[in-house]
Design a protein around this ligand. Structure first.
Ligand SMILES: Nc1nc2c(c(=O)[nH]1)N[C@H]1C(S)=C(S)[C@@H](COP(=O)(O)OP(=O)(O)OC[C@H]3O[C@@H](n4cnc5c(N)ncnc54)[C@H](O)[C@@H]3O)O[C@H]1N2
Ligand code: MOO
Length: 423
């Protein structure tokens, strides 16, 4: 392996070790909490249920050894159970969710009694038995005040939001989404919708990255397209660093005279790593830019992290998913293990006799086969050919110099994985 080109796994491990959660929190109302990560432990405030109550519509009875009872009270959901205690042989008409009156030992479902309206009495229907405590939901049987309701780091979903409401929380502290400014770079780039002049191409990386980040819950900021000019690039990076937690840019990190991104980073911040021994994505670069107090940030604000993706669209896609995104997830508060790309095993549905020197991420279609999942490469494998990734659903990793035979075990990484959503 080339001396100064880092291996993918070393790069990923280094990124995960050197990017720590940037914890800023904000308090949001319940309806806005879905998908957010809780910033603090929240205690159980109220016993659940908060009072003994009926699980059925029917009759709360005193005296389980009786066979009939005089109905002396009526208690609906929302009523308080402040009436006199039931005496043996007495019952209260009761409804689901209504508080159990003092003295009651069980609730009989209304289908299991006969009702004599003229006498104001009920009797147990033939064949029915009474189990003491039946159909009574006891105070605190589900949750006990003082216990931990939800822990710091929990991702909130509709059920946990409902649980907060059950506890009377109107809002909750959650981690603020990481602010990521996305730039593209290159004089050849034109926004989709505008006319193309000779030599120009449409900018696809920026919208690809912005929409991907948004779908994952990041606060994605569109920084626009940078011209191939060092001073303008330097100023744009410096400005963006003051208002973002991270910068993601694509293009301009190779060795051409018009590749200004790396140099601009060296001038306004620190370039930590340039080039990995991977295909595609060799010029992948990362570093950071200090944030000043004048920028509106705290004096001890951590530096803005910078990820520079190679401009070829597939190189951008692969290095984003396999390297920049794990680092961004880590900055967002996920632990290092959860921040890693989702991976599993599949069998090669191809042969490759001519080894590739670099570790490669082949765009494949993963499908179930007779021996489990099998990975079939797309025809369009050029790092400029986004269609190859668009019709793939995973990246298959091949080791440096490896020959691949049909049926070999491969590590595969689902594209656009939903790991972030299911944690
Ligand atoms: N002499 C060498 N040339 C190149 C090397 C090398 O080692 N020596 N590495 C090649 C590799 S590998 C890659 S990957 C590219 C990466 O180059 P840059 O990151 O500097 O990217 P650009 O030169 O700006 O662009 C490359 C390619 O991608 C197109 N592009 C750029 N941005 C976008 C965008 N936002 N949307 C769509 N397409 C974009 C651009 O037009 C170029 O065709 O360098 C190789 N060269
Ligand atoms: O690294 Mo480049 O991404 O091979 O095309």
């Amino acid at each position: 392996m080339s001396k100064d080109l880092l291996d993918y796994h070393d790069a990923l491990n280094t990124l995960l070790q050197t990017h720590q959660p940037m914890v800023r929190s904000e308090t949001l109302p319940l309806a806005q909490l879905h998908g957010r990560i809780l910033a603090e432990d929240l205690p159980v405030r109220l016993d659940v249920p908060n009072f003994d109550n009926s699980a059925m519509d029917g009759y709360a009875i005193c005296g389980a050894d009786h066979s009939s009872w005089q109905v002396v009270q009526r208690i609906a959901a929302g009523d308080s159970a402040q009436g006199p205690a039931l005496q043996p042989g007495q019952a209260a008409r009761i409804f689901t969710g209504a508080p159990i009156p003092a003295g009651a030992q069980a609730v009989l479902m209304q289908e299991h009694v006969t009702h004599d309206a003229s006498q104001g009495a009920i009797a147990l229907a033939p064949g029915q038995a009474i189990r003491p405590g039946q159909h009574i939901r006891r105070r605190a049987e589900e949750l006990q005040a003082g216990a931990t309701l939800l822990s710091h780091g929990a991702r909130l979903n509709p059920a946990t939001i409902g649980l907060l409401a059950i506890q009377g929380y109107a809002q909750a502290p959650v981690l603020a989404p990481l602010r990521v400014t996305v730039f593209s770079s290159g004089n050849e780039l034109v926004q989709p919708g505008q006319p193309l002049q000779p030599g120009q191409i449409y900018d696809s990386n920026r919208v690809m990255l912005l929409s991907w980040l948004q779908a994952l819950g990041f606060a994605a900021i569109d920084g626009g397209a940078l011209p191939d000019a060092l001073a303008a690039t330097r100023e744009a990076l410096q400005r963006a660093a003051q208002r973002s937690d991270a910068i993601l840019c694509s293009g301009g990190v190779s060795v051409g005279e018009e590749d200004h991104l790396k140099r601009a980073l060296e001038q306004v911040g620190t370039l930590v790593q340039w080039r990995l021994f991977i295909k595609p994505g060799k010029p992948f670069t990362w570093g950071h830019i200090a944030r000043s107090a004048q920028g509106g940030m705290d004096e001890d604000a951590p530096p803005c992290r910078v990820f520079m993706l190679p401009g070829n669209p597939v190189s951008s896609l692969v290095t984003f998913q396999q390297l920049a995104l794990p680092a961004l997830r880590r900055l967002s508060g996920l632990d290092a293990q959860r921040a890693r790309p989702l991976q599993w095993q599949a069998r090669a549905n191809f042969n490759r006799s001519k080894p590739e020197a670099r570790r490669e991420f082949v765009r494949v279609r993963l499908e179930p086969g007779p021996q489990g999942w099998q990975a079939t490469p797309l025809a369009q494998q050029g790092s400029n050919m986004l269609s190859g990734a668009a019709f793939a659903n995973a990246l298959a990793e091949t080791a440096p110099g490896a020959q691949i035979a049909h049926g070999d075990a491969l590590t595969v990484y689902p594209l656009f994985d939903t790991l972030f959503d299911i944690l």
